[in-house]
Design a protein around this ligand. Sequence first.
Ligand SMILES: CC(C)(COP(=O)(O)OP(=O)(O)OC[C@H]1O[C@@H](n2cnc3c(N)ncnc32)[C@H](O)[C@@H]1OP(=O)(O)O)[C@@H](O)C(=O)NCCC(=O)NCCS
Length: 153
Amino acid sequence: MELFSIRPIEEKDIDIILSLENQCFLAPWKKENIIYELKENPVSNLWGVESNIYGLVGYIDYWITFDSSTICQICVNPTHQRKHLGSMLLNEAIKDCTAQKVRNVTLEVREHNLPAIKLYEKHGFEKVMIKKAYYTNGDNAVYMIKQIQEGDK
Ligand SMILES: CC(C)(COP(=O)(O)OP(=O)(O)OC[C@H]1O[C@@H](n2cnc3c(N)ncnc32)[C@H](O)[C@@H]1OP(=O)(O)O)[C@@H](O)C(=O)NCCC(=O)NCCS
């Protein structure tokens, strides 16, 4: 039986993340971007979802600065999508943000990325505005926010 668990991302995961980036994103991170997020960026937080059979199958990266957080990246291997693993990762990030007294979690998502927009809406994010030509290929971004109230668990 396949089981999943959440754990911190480690150096040994970098090549798998690179491969997932290339499978899942129009403008994937390069290896140096991943290394920066993992080893140098003081505000980044990286968690992975691990299958007991296939190893690392997804990850999330979010920044926390004082009482604000930004989701920078979330990705699940296409072979493992629609199994609520994206939700597991997002729940973990929001739990951590809540514990760290974050009040606003924001993100940008490509306007046509309906799976991701649906995921975020399911987890309480609301569309705030469209950022025109936000991405280098000219795509618009939807800017979304989730507010965390004091006392949320
Ligand atoms: C976005 C992404 C992380 C979602 O991961 P996932 O593990 O498939 O998501 P979940 O299974 O937790 O889905 C949660 C909810 O999101 C919505 N959703 C997810 N994928 C969807 C799809 N393809 N179509 C419609 N709704 C979708 C559904 O409401 C779903 O709940 P349900 O399955 O109970 O109906 C995944 O599609 C992915 O890695 N995409 C490529 C990378 C990417 O675009 N990341 C976002 C960048 S901003």
